[in-house]
Write a protein that binds this ligand. Structure first.
Ligand SMILES: *[C@@H]1O[C@H](CO)[C@@H](O)[C@H](O)[C@H]1NC(C)=O
Ligand SMILES: *[C@@H]1O[C@H](CO)[C@@H](O)[C@H](O)[C@H]1NC(C)=O
Ligand SMILES: *[C@@H]1O[C@H](CO)[C@@H](O)[C@H](O)[C@H]1NC(C)=O
Ligand SMILES: *[C@@H]1O[C@H](CO)[C@@H](O)[C@H](O)[C@H]1NC(C)=O
Ligand SMILES: *[C@@H]1O[C@H](CO)[C@@H](O)[C@H](O)[C@H]1NC(C)=O
Ligand SMILES: *[C@@H]1O[C@H](CO)[C@@H](O)[C@H](O)[C@H]1NC(C)=O
Ligand SMILES: *[C@@H]1O[C@H](CO)[C@@H](O)[C@H](O)[C@H]1NC(C)=O
Ligand SMILES: *[C@@H]1O[C@H](CO)[C@@H](O)[C@H](O)[C@H]1NC(C)=O
Length: 810
């Protein structure tokens, strides 16, 4: 989802330091340390809500700093006016809702009060917060790289963080002279202060603290329990038993308490534990804190910790994390001659964010036992189905397969595929059953390897049919409003059917149509011919919401819009400008129950372009190629294109279907130039669990996906050469831009338009799309570029990208 932030101060020049630099060895050898090109601070102001802390690819733990910023959805805010309040263990990346998963904060005190006593520590969230250290250039003293984060607090304590999959390792270095280094554990604050029923058990001999509480979902009605197990060790010295210990409630530390039931607190109280250690005699004191987390039990949190980090070797954990990132990122290689280093960094940073969510919670599912993988933080499929999994397909099919297995396993236990799962709980469905195109994408691209990847085609197909055919009790949490969809072929807006919110009828219907398209694609592969035809027909239901005479007020040349429909077949009118920056009523269109205008998070104008399965037909509905191009131009010229929100993502590439691929190339490059860069405000809105990261990565690679098909739309890469290694096929696919001549800074013009394509030396039929086969075989794809924006897709009838009505997708 996008989360529109209107009223927030931005430090547009605030670029915190990152570990970028000269990691590109040279243009002829490979990039060996792509982690060094990742800037984790992109999108950490202005509502990008990105997570800059330490994690593994799809790691459950995402350990990072938490601020008191209103934009602390991932904890951090690059703007140093916001103080730190703790260093918590989980987080999400780029979400809206309430701040999720900022559980089990640790917090170091350099000293407490005038006489530095335990009872004088200010323990509550608001009183313990301290300013960050700000450098002379105005930036916070923060560093981040894949698998590592560090900061210096204004109390001169240095904080360093790293992680394995389920365990975080913190290092707190107290300045020399610190008499009473203290570390607090916060059990109740999860970012939204929802923790209730805190449990705490402290062992004074070892300093081990076990704790848990129950917490509320961030974007739903449910909740979850989470458990932590914290152990401490001196870095380079014997720490010994803590010299003081106890608990705390709000701003009252209580010495010698070893159990939460010895504390007096109320529902809503802040509760935790605190320890004081004996400092090193000479020099600074570094204390390591290992935090195991579990969704099952505190004992499991301890065993996770012992298994994954037995020796507290900070540098080892940190370099193992970086090596894992390098293995994943290094499967994509680019040549960088004539490429602005900022673009190289933007690319690898975007690829990086494709691999934060979903998170691998295998072994931590509290709801049922299974040996299948369990992935969580699908926050939400509505955001990610368009581009994230298609990018994963290029270089990370094994994780993709595990995520699909996890989704199927959830369907088998809960009845329907998960949609917006977070913190082990069902959360709000935003649109269609958007898990369908994710499963479709997997099966269309990897069905020949499904058995090797342990994905059952039958189970996958059963899960899809469930979404398509059976209406759950509450289609706000899973599945779809299937009954009306099957009866009417659209979602009549005058029927109060119960079972879910009576909103978003048009946008949901358009997505149901695309979901059914994905199912038809899978049915075709399974030789279920009747089903394939049935769901292809249902994929055509988008047309039922098309009112051919609706115009944009004042723009009579823009004719035909997706509109609400009543059960008797009549249309209802929604102003096409609704929910855009040009909406005269400034209405919103989030999940609020007042949204009765049929559309979710984007205008009818944007949704009237959303028929990715049959753009050829959409062009006919809109009056042919020239009118279609005029409409696309209108969308950009009048700011209907919404860079912050996913329904607009394909629009810049749609000129392809009107045989004007040069316009797609130029428009997509203008979008990158205008909205995406490596600054902390270089994301126009929420990253949405990597939805925006994967989208930018595709644009920079010169490709755009259509999930559940074997085609990619083709443009020119921002690099003279880009290659993808796919470990399932064991092949490397290389796209070379023969006469590459750099990228125009503002995206306009340049020698960037595709004139011809050769695949493995053979002239290819289209300048507008390539086939998945090229990625299976590990082909070399040679593009010849020109500065002529007027190039077409090619001469033949099969040079245009496929659409359902022009023969379909084979
Ligand atoms: C913090 O201070 C240490 C020691 O002075 C220094 O080495 C480090 O670069 C500083 N910055 C960060 C982000 O750790
Ligand atoms: C805590 O325990 C220590 C050691 O047994 C004792 O000296 C001290 O008085 C106790 N403090 C409180 C506040 O109970
Ligand atoms: C598939 O399952 C088998 C048997 O459980 C296992 O040995 C193998 O590693 C799995 N393969 C993948 C790719 O998960
Ligand atoms: C579908 O039919 C084709 C052609 O007869 C065959 O090669 C393929 O194995 C069949 N696939 C399945 C899943 O039965
Ligand atoms: C459909 O119902 C609406 C609202 O009751 C009504 O205004 C309209 O005239 C009806 N259309 C037809 C074709 O009966
Ligand atoms: C389209 O909607 C308008 C009202 O906005 C209505 O007058 C017109 O009849 C509708 N078109 C069709 C084909 O029903
Ligand atoms: C980065 O992009 C944002 C828009 O997303 C823009 O406001 C900002 O000026 C850009 N910064 C630079 C340095 O280009
Ligand atoms: C592309 O077409 C436009 C409009 O027909 C024309 O003005 C322009 O010169 C052409 N560009 C090139 C490079 O031929």
């Amino acid at each position: 989802m996008a989360w529109h932030i209107f009223s927030f101060l931005i430090l547009s020049s605030c670029v915190a330091r990152y570990a970028g630099g000269a990691a590109v060895d040279s243009s002829t050898t490979s990039i060996r340390d792509p982690a060094n090109l990742v800037n984790l601070f992109i999108g950490t102001t202005k509502g990008g809500h990105t997570f800059p802390g330490a994690t593994l690819p799809h790691g459950m733990l995402k350990v990072g700093p938490d601020t008191n910023s209103p934009d602390n959805h991932a904890g951090y805010d690059a703007n140093p006016i916001w103080n730190f309040v703790g260093f918590s263990q989980m987080h999400d990346d780029g979400t809206g809702g309430s701040p999720p998963l900022s559980n089990f904060k640790l917090w170091p005190f350099q000293s407490c009060g005038q006489s530095d006593e335990f009872e004088q520590c200010t323990t509550s969230l608001s009183t313990r917060s301290v300013p960050r250290k700000v450098l002379s250039n105005g930036l916070p003293d923060d560093t981040a790289e894949p698998g590592y984060f560090s900061t210096n607090l204004s109390t001169s304590i240095r904080v360093e963080l790293t992680a394995t999959r389920k365990v975080a390792l913190h290092k707190y270095t107290f300045p020399a002279g610190t008499q009473n280094p203290r570390i607090l554990l916060d059990l109740t604050d999860d970012g939204q202060r929802s923790g209730r029923n805190p449990v705490m058990e402290l062992d004074p001999a070892t300093g081990r603290i076990k704790g848990d509480a129950s917490f509320a979902a961030s974007f739903g009605v449910g909740g979850y329990n989470a458990y932590a197990c914290v152990d401490f060790k001196g870095d380079g010295f014997q720490l010994g038993a803590p010299k003081e210990f106890g608990g705390w409630v709000d701003d009252s530390p209580v010495k010698n308490v070893t159990n939460a039931n010895q504390l007096q607190f109320f529902s809503g109280s802040q509760v935790g534990a605190m320890l004081t250690f004996t400092p090193r005699r000479i020099g600074p004191t570094s204390i390591l804190a290992r935090v195991g987390v579990s969704f099952i039990s505190a004992d499991q949190a301890c065993s996770n910790a012992e298994q994954e980090i037995s020796t507290f070797d900070f540098n080892h954990v940190r370099s193992a994390a970086r090596a894992e990132w390098n293995d994943l990122l290094g499967r994509i290689q680019v040549k960088t001659d004539d490429v602005d280093p900022e673009i190289v960094s933007l690319f690898y940073s975007s690829v990086y964010r494709t691999h934060i969510s979903p998170a691998d919670y295998s072994g931590e599912n509290p709801r049922w036992d299974s040996t299948e993988p369990y992935y969580d933080s699908l926050y939400c499929n509505w955001d990610t189905y368009r581009t994230l999994y298609s990018f994963m397909a290029l270089h990370d099919p094994v994780n993709f397969a595990r995520i699909v297995r996890g989704m199927i396993n959830i369907q088998q236990h809960e009845g329907w595929l998960p949609e917006c799962r977070g913190a082990t709980d069902q959360q709000w469905v935003q649109g269609g059953s958007n898990g369908d195109p994710i499963l479709g994408e997997f099966f269309v691209k990897f069905h020949e390897h499904a058995a090797a990847l342990n994905v059952s085609g039958d189970a996958l197909y059963t899960a899809l049919l469930r979404d398509a055919e059976e209406q759950p009790q509450d289609w706000d949490l899973q599945g779809r409003q299937a009954n009306d969809w099957k009866t009417f072929g659209f979602l009549p807006f005058d029927r109060s059917t119960g079972g879910g919110s009576n909103t978003r009828h048009v946008s949901r219907a358009l997505e149901y149509a695309f979901d059914d398209f994905a199912i038809s694609q899978v049915a075709k592969i399974l030789n279920k011919t009747d089903d394939a035809a049935k769901y292809a027909r249902r994929a055509g239901n988008y047309i039922n919401n098309w009112n051919a005479t609706t115009v944009v007020p004042g723009r009579e040349n823009i004719v035909g819009m997706m509109q609400l429909r009543l059960s008797n077949g009549s249309f209802a009118f929604t102003d096409p400008r609704h929910c855009s920056v040009n909406d005269p009523t400034h209405s919103t269109c989030f999940l609020d129950s007042n949204n009765h205008d049929g559309f979710y998070e984007s205008s009818p104008i944007v949704y009237s372009q959303y028929v990715p399965q049959d753009t050829a037909k959409l062009i006919l509905l809109q009056g042919g190629n020239q009118k279609f191009i005029d409409r696309l131009n209108f969308i950009f010229e009048e700011n209907y294109f919404d860079s912050t929100d996913e329904p607009s993502q394909q629009i810049p590439f749609m000129y392809h279907y009107a045989n004007r691929p040069g316009l797609s190339t130029q428009t997509s490059r203008q979008v990158i130039a205008q909205f995406y860069n490596t600054s902390t405000n270089g994301l126009p809105g929420n990253d949405d669990s990597g939805a925006m990261g994967s989208y930018v990565a595709f644009y920079l690679a010169g490709l755009y996906p259509l999930p559940a098909t074997r085609q990619f739309l083709l443009s020119s890469p921002y690099f003279p050469e880009i290659s993808f290694f796919n470990p399932i096929f064991g092949t490397t696919t290389t796209i070379r831009a023969k006469n590459f001549n750099g990228n125009p800074k503002d995206g306009t013009g340049g020698t960037v338009f595709v004139r011809s394509v050769k695949i493995d030396g053979e002239l290819w039929k289209s300048n507008c799309f390539i086939e998945w086969d090229a990625f299976i075989h590990g082909s070399t794809i040679d593009l010849e570029l020109t500065d002529d924006i007027n190039m077409t897709c090619g001469e033949g009838a099969d040079s245009l990208p496929p659409s359902l009505s022009t023969g379909g997708y084979d």
